[in-house]
Design a protein around this ligand. Structure first.
Ligand code: BTN
Length: 266
């Protein structure tokens, strides 16, 4: 099992470099997303890492729990200057950055994304498991990207069936190294996206996402807005929505819970 030694704020600040304006590490908080969302003084490109959360939030009002030091639990706050119409790609951008960071520190793992941004890891003799989840929330001009990544979490510590961790998939990873690489990847993808004024195709983000996304090409059911779509996921559109072909009719889904019925052959 990898080390659960606490992360060090000064070390992480140095590793993050000058592209991140403020890096804070706390032993415990309710939710790093909530903290940054309510911090009106947080500068653009703030980072908040917690060893443990007591009220961690997931998508669709779910909870996110992880034992102290077992994962990476962090949020970043950005104040994008691109038009809000392009912000739909930020959850997908974060997913790409997380997948790239995990691939960099643990190249032996087989990573993929489930739309919009669940990180899936291949498991020997079984279905892929979810090793990371991302919750993106906004308040006025700020967007908070919250990432929960299971690093050394053991099987009996996993909060939900279908979850996994880097360690359970065979990778012993140092959390400080992982946090450093994750912030670098996030910064790089964010800078490209912002430089292209939120145009994911021009930024190369859409192409990178399609390559990582196991949902595209899969038969899916999608719970969205009180209804369920069953069809084949064919693409993501310029707004980052999942395009689902239901008996020849295309539906663009902006928010929904996806289940892979028959995974794409990858
Ligand atoms: C999901 O899979 O539903 C998203 C989970 C997001 C969890 C992270 S942990 C850091 C940040 N703070 C929170 O309260 N949630 C996000």
């Amino acid at each position: 099992m990898g080390s659960r030694d606490p992360l060090d704020q000064a070390d992480l600040t140095r590793r993050a470099g000058e592209r991140w304006a403020r890096v804070q590490v706390v032993a415990e908080t309710g939710s790093t997303n909530a903290d940054l969302l309510h911090d009106e003084t947080a500068p653009d490109r703030s980072v908040l890492v917690a060893e443990v959360q007591t009220a961690g939030r997931g998508r669709f009002d779910r909870t996110w729990t992880s034992p102290s030091g077992a994962g990476l639990t962090l949020s970043v706050l950005v104040r994008p200057t691109v038009l809000m119409s392009g912000w739909g790609w930020l959850p997908l951008l974060a997913g790409v950055a997380v997948a790239e960071a995990v691939s960099e520190v643990a190249p032996q793992l087989e990573v993929a994304l489930k739309w919009p941004n669940d990180l899936l890891l291949a498991r020997a003799g079984g279905l892929p498991g979810k090793a990371a989840g991302i919750l993106v929330q906004s308040a006025e001009d700020a967007v908070v990207i919250g990432i929960g990544l299971n690093v050394s979490t053991s099987a009996d510590e996993l909060a939900v069936p279908g979850a996994t961790s880097l360690a359970l998939c065979g990778a012993e990873v140092d959390r400080a190294d992982l946090a450093e690489v994750l912030l670098r990847r996030l910064d790089a993808r964010y800078a490209q996206w912002a430089d292209c004024n939120g145009d994911a195709e021009a930024a190369g983000l859409a192409m990178a996402y399609r390559e990582l996304c196991a949902t595209i090409g899969s038969d899916v059911s999608v719970a969205t807005g009180g209804t369920e779509l069953v069809g084949s996921a064919v693409d993501v559109d310029p707004a980052g929505r999942l395009v689902v072909d239901v008996e020849g009719e295309l539906h663009a889904v902006a928010a929904g819970d996806v289940h892979h019925i028959r995974a794409a052959g990858r």
